[in-house]
Design a protein around this ligand. Structure first.
Ligand code: ZN
Length: 139
C-alpha cells in the first residue's frame, strides 16, 4: 500500500533564511518553491535521493504552520507517505477506525492529492497520504 516516504515536512519561520542550510551545508538540490493557498503556506521542495524534504513557511497567521511554530517552534511537522488510489486508502483507514483530518483528498503542492491522518490515530505522528497525479513537476 505504501510506496515510499515521499517527503518529510519541516516547519520553518522563513524559507529564505533556512534554505542555505539545506542547499549549501547539506548540498541538496532545490526542486521548486510554490505557494499552496488552501493550506496558507509557501513550500520549498528539496531532493534527498528518493525522498524529498518539504520546508513549510506560513503565509498567514491563520496557517496551521504558524500555529505549529507558535506551540512547538520550528522542526519536523509531518511525514508524507506516497500511495496509489488515495480515495481507497482513505476508505481503508476509516474502516480500521483511524481518524482522518481530511476525509476527502485535497490538492497539495505539485498538484498532488493529499490527506492528513490525525496524529492521535497515528502514534503521535502527523502523517500525510500523498498521491502524485500526472505531471506534478516534482518527481
Ligand atoms: Zn507534505
Amino acid at each position: 500500500m505504501i510506496k515510499k516516504v515521499d517527503h518529510i515536512g519541516i516547519a520553518v519561520k522563513s524559507i529564505e533564511e533556512t534554505l542555505p542550510f539545506y542547499t549549501d551545508v547539506l548540498s541538496l538540490t532545490l526542486l521548486a518553491i510554490e505557494e499552496v493557498d488552501s493550506q496558507k503556506v509557501k513550500v520549498a521542495f528539496l531532493k534527498a535521493g528518493e525522498t524529498k524534504i518539504e520546508l513549510l513557511e506560513a503565509t498567514s497567521k491563520e496557517s496551521p504552520i504558524a500555529d505549529f511554530i507558535g506551540k512547538r517552534g520550528e522542526g519536523i511537522h509531518h511525514m508524507a507517505l506516497g500511495v496509489a488510489s488515495i480515495e481507497d486508502r482513505i476508505a481503508e483507514m476509516k474502516e480500521q477506525g483511524i481518524r482522518m483530518i481530511d476525509n476527502e483528498p485535497r490538492l497539495g503542492a505539485g498538484g498532488a492529492h493529499i490527506a492528513f491522518m490525525h496524529p492521535k490515530s497515528a502514534a503521535g505522528v502527523l502523517i500525510e497520504l500523498c498521491e502524485k497525479k500526472g505531471d506534478g513537476g516534482l518527481e
